[in-house]
Design a protein. Structure first.
Lengths: 459, 558
């Protein structure tokens, strides 16, 4: 038993070091440059240095044999809430100033579980309680890190969560009797927020020019909204209904904002040409809807229809369970919509990378990109696919042969439960509205909602 | 009302016998000059001098040395077997701040923009206005050897300004040493209003900080009469925060877990205030950063409890084999985690990072035990003493007054019967600004033995809360093997003892009753549950219901 512990300590300390490796004799699914049979991938300093046949590495490189195995770019999840201590600051319809990057939890075991599903990057998002929620963080799944900064993906653009429809209405309108209490109200919240930001911006410009002597009150909220207006932040908007999707595009057009990715977007198939024309992207579930009224109508062909209409589309998890088999989710688009292998794989690799603005670094297997790779036993779109090793920045962070029962990084003195089974954590719950019910709603109201909506799916 | 009246009358008749004698407490000492003769002095960490005399006069240390002579008016304390240390300094605690009752969650019409006070943003609040020397925590800390406390108000995100108090017993103003020692911050949101989460707290703090700086600077320009610069929008919150933005005051941030430390450092890097890390429990992850940035650190004395060894055996039968292996390995990981927490101070010392201690969630009575555990885990006694004395003195800016035993400093001393870090040592006296206090000496071990030998026989105190008044007195128990005789007296009239009737003792519960001579009350039933050297229970008066009573063993049987 002692040796167990020593092994664990050794494992933790050595985990982040090796960044030079060679993957031998793999079937390489590059996603952007076709399929390369019997190919080697040379990784130097955490980046893909060479791709080709029979590469001879320098001494000291870790050799990973991938004969009869497939290598896929690390899967990217454009919508998740793992690695976070806080998801919703649900107290105001506009909370642009908050940033989930302040609440990263590198010790969240869900990061390791995502790696076991081949996911190397996820978009850790604020929840959907507010019309304009908080800023999100694109994280690399550097399991083993203790310092939250190590999760942040270098050079990833800033992103922010918006939300349409029932969630902000329920929390603020019904919960606190303030705007928005209707879908119209949600639109009004956006317009008012951007208008305020314009005034704020002008006040500061006047102050800097000397026209105004007194400095305006500093507001991190207005600063953030101004940055959206300047095009420095990508909007990721929780959405279901076609009419609302069109509404937000009109609002953005009026304020000359171009960067937007619609999340969930279950009725996206109805407005696919409009989305394509706007340049908006879409991140969807493969086949999941009807978990509440505004999303009673959708189709498993959504991803395929959007793709065929030229919308950059991804499939996301929004769940620490679904994140473990996004490759299955992508495969469903072949059953529903006949997407090609490359198109289906793009839904979980290069497309989400584009939506997060990180496609120059990850999302495909190309020389110069980060060595974020998954080695699969079986084709990733096969129902028999099993990830064997997941590599982040050239370091093997998940290895199915070294997958012990307890991979938690942080056992606290007060922890009581030895196993996940005992832990009582609602693993299969979806987390978009995490923290909201106990935070904001009176107990009776929360009970009413549970009755009305059914427990669990709170997208 | 009537019931209350009769009840009081009953007690009066039964226990007081009609005469109330006030305790003679506030008589000034005969002399404020003390002469500690021939002690072993530890003037500062790492130094021991034998055969020293210490002369204390009017609250100051007047002279130290083997040749010091006692003036005629000095009270002599024969200190041959005693060890004398500088009075301990508490680096961070809520000592002397009365606990507030749990308030209901505030209802506000605009949860997104609540009043600052509702949101826990009260940097204008001052510990110096709230401190009370009569709060029981003051005496408790003093009994644990503490003579100065860095007192922070209780509260949420920005609880207010802390102050340094001398832990004497005169009124708070007299005991105040530093009124605005520091500003304080914790990642503690108010639920239900903005900011209600850590991310809200972080962004709100940034907002407040930047506006405090901006407004403060604007005010300076305005004060200079700059043309076109109007009077700033005054706000007591922003005004109180301004000193930290110009580094005139440091900001203590409560950072128990490693993630809290990271968040505090994140804000410090952005905003450049003078950061002090307080109540650190899991700081070893950031040792290098703390070392590099030279943040002052106060380590928490709130250590996790050791696992009980027999816990491993719990319901072993019910587990399938696979789960048992997991549970065992979990057990090891948890023990490892506990060890890391206890070793924290030693780890810091090894790395050459100095620190003090903080006591936000520590019971004063547990302090010595916790330090003992740290020392056992590798912390040197010298570093531990430094954390108790010179380090907090330096960080709080009171090194010229306290922290060591030197001529001219405050006469704050701890006197022990063995070296303080000896497990069996106990504190015999504490001098606070020259005033002598004698902590009570509960010696749990010997009493436990007594209990085995004699059961519950002995003299016990009681504290009874009935109808809004508190009565104190003694219960005399004699006999053994469950056959006991009981007598009860009140402290204000000790000679008058009432005999207990129908005494029974079973399952550590003592039952008896006494009969009062007031007819309407009749029988007074006692039911007391004993646990080692303490008991708790109820006293029932047939007509008036039950009231809580508790007490402690005062002495063994005569």
């Amino acid at each position: 038993m002692k040796s167990n512990v020593i092994y664990l300590l050794l494992f933790c300390s050595s985990m982040m070091t090796a960044q030079n490796a060679i993957i031998r004799n793999a079937t390489v699914l590059t996603v952007t440059k076709g399929i390369l049979p019997k190919t080697d991938i040379l990784i130097t300093g955490g980046k893909i240095a060479r791709i080709g046949g029979s590469i001879t590495p320098l001494p000291g490189y870790q050799v990973i044999d991938a004969t009869d195995k497939y290598v896929l770019p690390g899967i990217i999840d454009a919508h998740s809430h793992i690695g976070l201590d806080v998801v919703n600051e649900a107290t105001n319809p506009v909370t642009a100033e908050v940033n989930v990057g302040d609440a990263l939890d590198p010790m969240d075991i869900a990061i390791y579980r995502a790696l076991a599903g081949g996911v190397t990057v996820s978009h850790a998002m604020h929840g959907s309680a507010n019309a304009i929620g908080g800023q999100c963080e694109t994280i690399k799944h550097r399991y083993g890190a203790v310092n939250p900064d190590q999760l942040r993906m270098e050079g990833a653009p800033r992103t922010i969560k918006f939300a349409l429809g029932e969630n902000p209405i329920r929390v603020h309108g019904e919960g606190n009797k303030i705007i928005p209490n209707t879908r119209m109200g949600v639109e009004q919240v956006f317009r008012e927020a951007f208008r305020q930001a314009q005034i704020y911006q002008k006040d500061w410009d006047d102050f800097k020019k000397g026209v105004r002597k007194k400095a305006p009150e500093y507001s991190l909220r207005m600063e953030t909204l101004s940055d959206i207006l300047k095009g420095n932040i990508i909007i990721h908007c929780h959405s279901y209904r076609a009419d609302e999707i069109l509404m937000l595009m009109r609002v953005l057009q009026d304020f000359n904002i171009k960067k937007v990715c619609f999340q969930h977007v279950n009725e996206g198939f109805k407005v696919a040409p409009e989305l394509a024309r706007f340049g908006a992207t879409a991140s969807v579930f493969a086949d999941w809807w009807a978990y509440k009224f505004e999303v009673y109508y959708s189709t498993a062909y959504n991803a395929a229809i959007l793709t065929r209409n030229g919308v950059t589309t991804s499939i996301n998890s929004d769940s620490e369970e679904l994140i473990r088999h996004l490759y299955h989710e992508a495969a469903k688009t072949q059953r529903y919509g006949d997407l090609s292998d490359e198109e289906a794989l793009a839904l979980i690799t290069i497309n989400p990378a584009k939506q997060l603005g990180i496609d120059d670094k990850v999302g495909s297997i190309e020389v110069g990109k980060d060595a974020d790779l998954v080695i699969f036993e079986g084709h990733p779109l096969s129902v028999y696919a099993i990830p064997q090793k997941t590599i982040v920045d050239g370091v093997v962070l998940f290895d199915i042969d070294k997958d012990r029962a307890d991979m938690r990084l942080d056992v606290q003195p007060g922890d009581k439960y030895p196993t996940f089974i005992d832990s009582g954590r609602e693993m299969y719950d979806h987390s978009c509205m995490e923290g909201v019910s106990e935070l904001l709603m009176e107990e009776s109201y929360a009970r009413y909602l549970r009755y009305k909506l059914g427990a669990g799916h709170q997208h | 009302m009537k019931a209350k009246f009769i009840l009081t009358a009953v007690w009066w008749k039964f226990l007081l016998g009609g005469v109330l004698l006030f305790a003679q407490e506030n008589i000034p000492p005969v002399s404020s000059t003390y002469f500690l003769k021939n002690c072993t002095l530890i003037p500062r960490p790492g130094e021991t001098l034998k055969g020293q005399h210490i002369l204390i006069k009017n609250g100051q240390i007047v002279d130290i040395g083997p040749g010091v002579k006692a003036p005629f008016d000095a009270q002599w304390i024969q200190a041959d077997s005693f060890y004398v240390y500088a009075g301990f300094i508490d680096g961070y605690s809520n000592t002397g701040i009365p606990k507030q009752e749990n308030k209901e969650r505030p209802k506000v019409s605009t949860p997104g923009n609540p009043p600052n006070a509702v949101a826990g943003i009260t940097p204008e609040v001052r510990a110096s206005d709230m401190f009370s020397t009569s709060d029981k925590s003051v005496a408790e800390m003093r009994n644990a050897g503490f003579t100065l406390s860095h007192v922070v108000p209780r509260g949420l995100m920005l609880p207010g300004q802390s102050a340094v108090f001398i832990l004497g017993d005169s009124n708070a103003d007299k005991m105040l040493l530093q009124s605005s020692a520091a500003q304080n911050f914790q990642f503690e949101p108010q639920r239900g209003v903005f900011p209600s989460t850590i991310i809200g707290v972080m962004s709100k703090f940034r907002d407040l900080y930047r506006n405090a700086y901006q407004e403060g600077n604007q005010d300076m320009l305005f004060q200079k009469g700059t043309i076109g610069v109007e009077r700033p929008d005054y706000s007591r919150e922003l005004k109180s925060l301004y000193p930290i933005t110009v580094r005139k005051q440091s900001l203590f941030v409560v950072t128990p877990q490693s993630k809290d430390i990271h968040r505090a450092m994140l804000l410090q890097n952005e905003l450049q205030f003078q950061l002090v890390l307080a109540e650190v429990k899991q700081g070893w992850h950031y040792l290098q950063e703390i070392k590099k940035s030279k943040y002052p650190v106060f380590l928490s004395l709130d250590l996790p409890e050791e696992d009980k060894k027999d816990a491993k055996k719990e319901d072993k039968k019910e587990l399938v084999q696979g789960l048992q292996i997991e549970r065992d390995s979990f057990q090891i990981r948890r023990e490892l985690a506990i060890r890391q927490y206890v070793q924290q101070a030693a780890t810091f010392e090894k790395e050459g990072v100095e620190f003090g201690f903080s006591y936000l969630n520590t019971k004063p009575a547990d302090i010595k035990k916790s330090i003992g555990r740290m020392v056992k885990a590798g912390l040197s006694e010298k570093a531990a003493l430094r954390a108790l004395t010179t380090y907090p003195a330096a960080i709080l800016g009171v090194s010229h007054l306290a922290g060591t035993v030197e001529k001219g400093k405050l006469a704050n001393l701890v006197v022990t019967d063995k070296p303080f870090f000896d497990e069996k040592s106990s504190i015999k006296m504490v001098f606070v600004e020259g005033k002598k206090y004698t902590p009570e000496q509960p010696s749990a071990k010997s009493e436990k033995k007594t209990e085995e030998k004699t059961g519950i026989s002995g003299i016990w105190s009681y504290v009874l809360e009935a109808a809004g008044s508190v009565r104190k007195g003694k219960i005399y128990i004699s006999g053994q093997d469950g056959q006991y005789k009981v007598e009860v007296s009140d402290d204000t009239q000790k000679e008058k003892k009432e005999s207990g009737r129908e005494v029974s003792f079973k399952d550590k519960t003592l039952k008896f009753h006494v009969i009062t001579d007031l007819e309407s009350a009749g029988k007074v039933d006692f039911q007391l549950q004993f646990l080692e050297n303490k008991y708790e229970g109820t006293v029932s008066l047939s007509a008036f219901g039950s009231f809580p009573v508790k007490g402690e063993r005062q002495s063994d049987p005569e």
